[in-house]
Design a binder for this molecule. Structure first.
Ligand code: MOS
Length: 733
């Protein structure tokens, strides 16, 4: 009993607008909020499980080579020690194997400094940590001077390229042009909750509490790694303390806990230390980016070039998709987009907070600022003149796009037009004050999603899917959609997430979660409505559900009565379809920031920031705003403080904790204004919503860079713009 909707054409019915409840869009509080603030929403490591043993990962003290042997006896007599488990499945690239081999397998090949290769299991965490430090092992490590750590010191390979027309000619013929090279440093995802897992094996079935973004996919990864059937695995990930990309795939703690539980026949918990999280899980690649923009005398782009050098380990597929928004955002028929990958031995590079746009937009928008200056054109006006009619490479039409509205309404709300547009016009004591702006854009993704909705005999509604809420508000929006579609109060809806026993959701990543899982709940609710209509003997379209009653055809009945003892349960499946190929789809926005720069120390402080965003239907004004504020906060980090640093001699991560890796803290973040622009995007999803999770990160660091220039006249080409760099770039008084 299910309903499937494949998104082959825009869904212009806008059904959620016709529902009586009006919960969707409202700033409803999180249903999971009270549990979270009361400490009753456990993270993966916090489940209380009898007889659990504690595992601590052992990591490689060199960047490339082989662990040749592990001396288990070096720790077997120590207090509480149960076992040493080592297995190639613990190392970075998940490999197939079986769970019942001998506990210690060597040799193990190592590709980066800090790569886990063994797990020490003991009765207590302290005993396991102590023994992990004492464990002796032999290795053969390559001479660090022969290992490439610097992406610019090796030959890079082409990963992705679009070439159209003749960019060199467009640059030569341009009335105005810029050709600028930027550097951005690597980022750590820096989620609050460290990676952790507790695994239990009952002889047939493995149950894993883990901190993951995509249990729907992680179950497949884990089954492959452990050589188990997916039916023999249950993953639970009900509350996740942030992911930011680092929990898209399973990592070593989950595999290690699982292998250990299967081998030892008792539950095993593995929690990465903060240092291990920094050393081991996905990093965002550092980038080198060349931007070439050619414009006619009115500022319309005729040529567009964006070339990026990124890095990853040898053989890894992922390459930071730096040019993702450059592909569709601005015109220019002569185009060149290029991504090259340098193979180096820093840890695996992967998705971190809006892979691609976050670092690609900030440089593009800084280059646009320089172009505006050359044209003597207001930076907002330059963007307005460069909103293309169709996708500049594919010719596809855009789906709904609120770029112009965001630029205009954002400028108005911020008071942009009162600010001086030349540098060094405003000073307060020893602080130069300036403003800068940037466009925001992030592609719209959707993924296949399934959910089950049950109308119970007591009139309550249960929503079940293995979709996660990683702090984003999934519990809220699914509650609101089910409440409106079925005409019940939100308090009557229970959303049960993060359990692979439920229908498979889309997982949380790439800003696709809300539109995709929200659509599956919407579709399941349509099927429930149809069943209710049949029981009432009316067409579904004539059915009116509100306040727990169903009306239609002159009848009125309680939903609880219609549901009966058995209840009505339906599964809804959302599938991406042709609409995804027929339109260029993205969320858009604009950033405006005011920054103060200290003329003596080069310290930059963001004083005000406003983001105006259009991302389709706003499902919950409070959680969506929070997503935008979170994104803008990361913009401050990318602009001013965040850089993941590697030792050039041996390749280890130098700043592997939250004291040395500077994410913005409360004192760094001023009041952030968010303007959400109402939009319905019928091509984007059956609920007319697009992604918002990452939009607020995409471009804002460029607005801050532009404000630094406007304040003090320092143009910088390296992110983050730390005081030493600003001082060095500051013009003489
Ligand atoms: Mo995201 S960086 O795709 O979780």
């Amino acid at each position: 009993m299910s309903k499937t909707l494949e998104m082959n054409e825009p869904d212009t019915r806008n059904r959620l607008d016709d529902m009586a409840g009006r919960n969707v869009g409202a700033p409803m509080d999180r249903p999971d909020g009270p549990a979270k603030v009361a400490g009753a929403a456990p993270y993966a490591a916090e489940y209380v499980i009898d007889n659990v043993a504690e595992g601590v990962l052992v990591t490689a003290p060199f960047a490339r080579g082989t662990i040749t042997s592990i001396d288990e006896r070096s720790i077997t007599g120590m207090d509480g020690v149960i076992a040493v488990i080592s297995d190639e499945r613990l190392t970075a690239r998940p490999a197939q194997g079986t769970a019942n081999e001998t506990p210690v397998q060597t040799p193990l090949s190592i590709a980066y400094f800090g790569q886990p290769f063994a797990l020490v299991v003991a009765e207590t965490f302290e005993q396991a940590r102590n023994a992990a430090k004492a464990l002796k092992f032999d290795y053969s490590a390559d001479d660090p001077s022969e290992i490439p750590f610097d992406p610019e010191a090796v030959e890079a390979e082409e990963n992705d390229a679009t070439r159209q027309g003749d960019l060199d000619k467009a640059m030569a013929d341009a009335a105005h042009s810029v050709d600028i090279t930027y550097y951005t440093e690597g980022h750590a995802s820096a989620a609050m909750e460290p990676h952790a897992a507790i695994a239990e094996w009952d002889g047939e079935r493995l149950t894993v509490h883990a901190s993951l973004q995509m249990p729907n996919y992680n179950i497949t990864e884990l089954a492959d790694s452990l050589n188990l059937e997916e039916d023999n695995i249950r993953i639970l990930s009900r509350y996740v303390g942030g992911g930011f990309g680092s929990k898209l795939g399973v990592s070593q703690e989950t595999v290690a806990a699982s292998i250990a539980a299967m081998k030892l026949g008792r539950p095993v918990r593995v929690v990465m230390s903060r240092q291990q999280v920094f050393q081991t899980v996905m990093r965002r690649s550092e980038t080198k980016q060349r931007l070439r923009l050619a414009a006619d005398k009115d500022g319309r782009l005729t040529g567009f070039g964006h070339e990026a050098l990124v890095s990853n380990l040898p053989e890894e597929d992922f390459a930071e998709p730096v040019t993702q928004a450059s592909a569709f955002l601005y015109p220019g028929k002569d185009r060149e987009l290029l991504i090259e990958v340098a193979r180096i031995h820093r840890m695996t590079a992967g998705s971190v907070r809006a892979p691609g746009e976050a670092v690609g937009m900030q440089t593009l928008e800084a280059a646009m600022d320089e172009l505006a200056e050359k044209l003597e054109l207001d930076p907002v006006e330059l963007r307005l003149r460069n909103i293309p009619d169709e996708h500049p490479a594919s010719g596809l039409p855009y789906s709904s796009r609120k770029m112009e509205e965001a630029l205009k309404q954002g400028a108005e709300a911020f008071g942009w037009h009162s600010g001086p547009r030349k540098p060094r016009q405003k000073r307060e004591g020893e602080w130069w004050i300036g403003t800068g702006m940037a466009t925001a854009a992030r592609i719209h993704n959707v993924g296949e999603a399934e959910a089950r909705v049950t109308l119970n005999g007591d009139g309550t509604v249960l929503v079940e899917t293995d979709m996660t809420d990683i702090g984003t508000g999934t519990y809220s929006i699914l509650t609101q959609i089910a409440a409106d579609m079925l005409g019940v109060e939100p308090a009557k809806v229970l959303v049960d997430l993060g359990d692979t026993n439920h229908p498979r959701g889309p997982g949380s990543g790439g800003s696709w979660g809300a539109a995709s899982s929200g659509s599956s709940v919407f579709i399941a609710c349509e099927a429930v409505r149809k069943a209710i209509a049949e029981k009432l003997g009316v067409e579904e379209a004539d059915l009116e559900l509100s306040g727990g009653t169903a009306k239609g055809g002159g009848q009125e009945k309680l939903l609880s009565e219609l549901a009966g003892n058995e209840g009505i349960a339906k599964t809804g499946t959302f599938k991406p379809g042709d609409a995804q190929d027929d339109y260029a789809m993205a969320s858009y926005g604009a950033f405006f920031s005011e920054v103060a720069v200290n003329r003596w120390t080069g310290e930059a402080r963001v004083r005000r920031m406003l983001g105006a965003f259009g991302f389709g239907r706003v499902l919950n004004a409070k959680t969506a705003r929070s997503q935008c504020i979170g994104g803008m906060t990361w913009c401050i980090g990318a602009a001013l403080t965040e850089s993941l640093l590697f030792d050039p001699v041996d390749g280890h991560v130098v700043n592997c904790d939250l004291a040395e890796y500077h994410v913005p803290v409360h004192r760094d973040v001023p009041h952030l204004d968010v303007l959400m622009i109402e939009e319905r995007d019928p091509a984007a999803s059956p609920i007319q919503a697009k992604g918002v999770g990452e939009l607020g990160i995409c471009g804002g660091a460029g607005a801050i860079a532009n404000a630094i220039y406007n304040a003090c006249g320092a143009r910088l080409y390296e992110f983050p713009m730390t005081p030493d760099r600003i001082i060095a770039a500051m013009p003489e008084d």
